[in-house]
Design a protein around this ligand. Structure first.
Ligand SMILES: Nc1ncnc2c1ncn2[C@@H]1O[C@H](COP(=O)(O)OP(=O)(O)OP(=O)(O)O)[C@@H](O)[C@H]1O
Length: 240
């Protein structure tokens, strides 16, 4: 089953068109990198795919469920990670994860929390309060929270932006295992081209609200006459 199928997405804001006719498909278990310069429309596209922002045109279907009508059913199979999602200060990490585990309807939320904390290499953070976490640790806990219910599709908006290289590697490894062991499809935005080349099987490049390339990292680089994704990025950023 297709994890995500978005067609003809359009979003206009007061200052102009942020997303201009984007088609985006993520097959079951596929790992896709959504790339593009600042302001290209990546986050707006993700938020429309998740039903957080209402598109002015276009359709979104997640795991066979059409948005907005079947959003609740669709979201049961989705995890969302972004640095800008808040974490409560007044709860311990384990309490916060347990709460989400219950919301997801897990039978053993505490066990799931412990398992996923270990999966992402941060079991020692279980007892920490929200106030005691660094921004990178908050991001990691956000990833653990999004993985708790072993979602079919994980959407990640710049998941490693605030992480040091060692922790970023741990996150990449954890996401790769999530994909390999549970068949979770990944849709990831990132400005780190090397990371995307390592993690993703296919990349979708956006520029000025449109998809300008879609293929493997090698195919996309060749199409733009570059050696790698960084070359493509610099070409597109120069034009935007
Ligand atoms: N809530 C909003 N209200 C008005 N304009 C917005 C809003 N959200 C995004 N935009 C505009 O839409 C365009 C696309 O923004 P978006 O955040 O989707 O880009 P992005 O590719 O995710 O950028 P970045 O890499 O910097 O995160 C930008 O010009 C931005 O100013």
């Amino acid at each position: 089953m297709t994890a995500l199928r978005a067609t003809g997405l359009v979003k206009d804001y007061r200052r102009g068109r942020a997303v201009d006719g984007v088609d985006l498909t993520v097959d079951a278990g596929e790992r896709i990198g959504l790339l593009g310069p600042n302001g290209a429309g990546k986050t707006t596209t993700l938020l429309m795919c998740l039903g957080v922002v209402t598109p002015d045109a276009g359709t979104v279907e997640i795991l066979g469920h059409r948005l907005p009508r079947e959003r609740q059913k669709a979201m049961a199979g989705v995890g969302f990670v972004a640095g800008y999602l808040p974490l409560p200060n007044q709860l311990r990490v384990i309490e916060y994860l347990r709460m989400f585990g219950r919301l997801y309807g897990l039978r053993r939320p505490e066990r799931a929390a412990t398992t996923w904390l270990e999966h992402f290499g941060v079991p020692h953070l279980a007892k920490a309060m929200g106030t005691e976490l660094s921004s990178g640790q908050k991001t990691l806990i956000g990833i653990v929270k999004a993985a708790l219910h072993s979602p079919r599709l994980m959407v990640l908006d710049e998941p490693t932006a605030s992480l040091d290289p060692d922790v970023a590697l741990r996150v990449r490894t954890g996401l790769r295992r999530l994909s390999d062991e549970f068949g979770t499809a990944l849709l990831v935005t990132s400005h780190n081209m090397v990371e995307v080349e390592r993690l993703c099987e296919r990349v979708v490049f956006m520029s000025a609200g449109k998809v300008v390339a879609n293929g493997t990292a090698r195919e996309v680089a060749e199409r733009f006459g570059g050696d790698n994704l960084e070359d493509v990025f610099l070409q597109l950023a120069g034009k935007s």
